[in-house]
Design a protein around this ligand. Structure first.
Ligand code: CTP
Length: 404
């Protein structure tokens, strides 16, 4: 999945012949799963029509400070547009637009929006070869880079003038590749490997029956997706669940029993930077698994159980530099029990779920958690969707690496 998936992209088109290529650019953004809004300078409309770009972006195209066709002359709020964007790309960026961006000459909607943007801004220059090398254009590049804007260099080839040289706007495919590589390199968990457990485990009684629990696996899958969105390499060890990883970069390892999960965790743990145990592992399993289906006979029947291995505690016992996060599901003396688990399992952070909190627990879309760290610092969180809880947990991971 592209890192552009779900991103809100504001494309500023200025007036050069390369503007016709923005039709392909918008298509590629949409294909990558991005949301696109387009701002055009008046001159750019001579090279590509607003209708083309609005059809491809599935959004109205903005071009002037107010809508001239509208009797009530509705103002196009450039500040709102700028704040909406996760990133702004000016392509093609002509020397005229670049120089306005450096001096703050906001006589069109594109430059006014650029001046209001707080998101990363990229620009892809396009001009003739001599213009591209002119000191005044070079000083625009230098100024914009010093503002923190990112230049997508022009390419060499045949130019509209008939001359051949450097100055062609980078091809749309190359602009997309540039943006993806740049965004990926800046993801906060890039280069980190995270192991996550999810779902229930099933402990066989006989070939057709098992002991299980109501865990859906949602919390673990949300954690895995979010970790992958932040650039981590994710190994998700999941008990039986109908969930599928939304982010194709998550490696899912399906297991059934607590022993399977234990074995899989130990296979990967030494190589990971972080482990998060979100699975609801069965604490006990039948001591003997019947080889044939147990037939109905006596009025009463009991199954002898034995303890499963505590996966999280076993990881805590061998951990080196791994940042280890566990969950605690409690119904009474929540904080005290969670603190004991931090010590017993040698954790860096515990995510406490209290079943006394409305909205928390199995088969719910929401969760209400309290974070407790190694120093017993307690941080209660609001009731949130499980996706948002996953974001909060991974923010703790990001913070840990930012500090270390
Ligand atoms: N856990 C585990 N292996 C087990 C049991 C639990 O890895 N055999 C992990 C869970 O994934 C969770 C944490 O340990 O991150 C705490 O689970 P919880 O059920 O709250 O606690 P238990 O240790 O099982 O203790 P108890 O059931 O007595 O509260």
């Amino acid at each position: 999945m592209s890192v552009l998936n779900g991103k809100k992209i504001l494309l500023g088109v200025s007036g050069g012949i390369a503007a016709y290529k923005t039709a392909s650019l918008v298509r590629l953004f949409i294909k990558a799963g991005a949301h696109v809004q387009v701002i055009m300078t008046p001159a750019s409309k001579d090279f590509v029509t607003p209708l083309t770009l609005s059809t491809l972006s599935k959004n109205p195209v903005h071009s002037s400070f107010f809508n001239q066709d509208d009797e009530d002359a509705v103002w196009n709020n450039h500040v709102d547009l700028a704040l909406w964007a996760d990133l702004m790309l000016i392509a093609p960026a002509t020397s005229n637009t670049l120089s306005k961006m450096t001096t703050g000459n906001s006589d069109n909607l594109l430059v006014a929006t650029y001046l209001s943007a707080k998101c990363p801004v990229y620009f892809a220059p396009a001009m003739d070869l001599d213009m591209y090398k002119h000191p005044s254009v070079l000083s625009s590049f230098t100024a914009l880079k010093s503002f923190g804007n990112i230049m997508i260099p022009a390419e060499s080839g045949e130019l509209a003038s008939g001359l051949s040289g450097e100055g062609r706007m980078a091809e749309p495919e190359n602009i997309i590749a540039f943006l993806e590589a740049d965004l990926e390199s800046k993801l906060p968990l890039k280069g980190k490997k995270i192991l996550i457990t999810a779902g229930p485990t099933y402990e066989a009684i006989d070939p057709v029956r098992f002991i299980g629990n109501h865990s859906s696996g949602k919390m673990g899958f949300d954690l895995a997706n979010e970790a992958a969105n932040l650039g981590a390499q994710v190994i998700l060890i999941a008990g039986p669940t109908h969930y599928k990883a939304k982010n194709g970069l998550v490696e899912v390892i399906n297991v059934v029993s607590a022993q399977d999960m234990y074995d899989a965790c130990h296979e990967y743990f030494n190589d990971v930077d972080v482990a998060i145990a979100a699975a609801a592992v069965a604490d006990y399993r039948p001591k003997v698994v019947a080889l044939q289906k147990i037939k109905k006979a006596a009025d009463e029947f009991s199954i002898e159980l034995e303890k499963t291995k505590d996966i999280l505690a076993s990881l805590g016992a061998i951990k080196k530099n791994q940042f280890l996060i566990g969950f605690a599901l409690e119904t009474e003396n929540e904080i005290e029990n969670a603190k004991l688990k931090i010590q017993k399992k040698n954790l860096d952070l515990i995510v406490l779920n209290s079943l006394q909190d409305e909205g928390a627990g199995f088969k719910k879309e929401t969760n209400k958690v309290t974070f407790i760290d190694q120093d017993f610092k307690i941080e209660p969180m609001e009731l949130k969707s499980k996706e948002s809880v996953a974001v909060d947990i991974l923010n703790k991971v990001v913070l840990h690496f930012a500090k270390s």
